[in-house]
Design a protein around this ligand. Structure first.
Ligand code: 1GP
Length: 249
């Protein structure tokens, strides 16, 4: 029943998942209602909630509003230690293993540990890897850490391997929100081939075909934010592409 078990089970079955990323700052109530409705129709697997900058203060409201309408699990994707809501189902406990900024590797975790623990949320230790998306993204700027160059598949592979051996249960490779260039399939393939942990891929994915190819290359979960903010109807197409890419394990 734990969400992580579902991640693992789906991976074992070769079943691919689609997560819609919602930035609480960018949606109002009616927009949120529409997203939830579209996501339910499209059988979206998860909502990810968060962003590098959460300016407003309504994370709790946003989570509760979603939870009141749907069983789709809500997973926090915090850009900072303050983005914790006990109303969510789980939290990606991110350590920025692609960077060399100690604050994002362990510092902020120490500061927020009591709050995170008290939240009672299911904690998912996640090796977070930012890959160069072709132009500076918010995450690359805010993290004050160099992203992995887009063509350095070996660096990505070794980083993911190290993260997994350190005990991280998920690997999330992110080209950054609104990335000009999403992560290449060859990098996904290389990383997926060397780890057992479920692999989450996001950043700059705007087309169902790219989501499909990423899944075929080894992604287990596809995350899309920006493109859906621009065109919510994409939810259906991307969900269909991701779900049709099931690999027979
Ligand atoms: C960003 O991976 C997510 O952290 C999603 O990126 O907004 O570009 O879809 P997009």
């Amino acid at each position: 029943h734990r969400l992580y078990d579902i991640f693992v089970e789906r991976k074992q079955k070769g079943q691919k998942s689609f997560a819609v990323l919602i930035d609480p700052d960018k949606v109002n109530r009616s927009g949120l209602d529409e997203l939830v409705r579209l996501a339910m129709d499209a059988r979206v697997d998860y909502f990810l909630l968060g962003g590098s900058l959460v300016i407003s203060n309504h994370l709790d409201d946003c989570v509760q509003h979603i939870k009141a309408q749907t069983d789709i699990p809500v997973i926090l994707f915090p850009g900072s230690p303050s983005q914790v809501s006990k109303y969510a189902d789980a939290l990606l406990y991110l350590s920025l293993i692609s960077g060399r900024n100690p604050e994002l590797l362990i510092g902020q975790h120490v500061i927020s540990a009591p709050v995170v623990k008290q939240s009672g949320l299911e904690i998912m230790p996640t090796g977070y890897m930012v890959i160069d998306g072709g132009a500076p993204t918010t995450v690359s700027y805010i993290s004050n850490a160099a992203p992995i160059p887009a063509d350095k598949n070996e660096i990505a592979m070794c980083t993911a391997m190290a993260g997994e051996m350190l005990g991280m249960k998920l690997i999330y490779m992110d080209a950054g929100s609104g990335a000009r260039k999403p992560i290449t399939e060859s990098m996904i393939e290389k990383v997926a081939g060397t780890i057992e942990a479920p692999l989450i891929i996001g950043g700059g994915i705007t087309e169902p075909e790219k989501a499909y190819r990423n899944c075929k290359a080894g992604a287990d979960v596809i995350v899309v934010g920006n493109a859906i903010e621009k065109d919510p109807l994409l939810i259906k197409e991307i969900a269909a592409a991701v779900h049709s890419s099931r690999v027979n394990a």
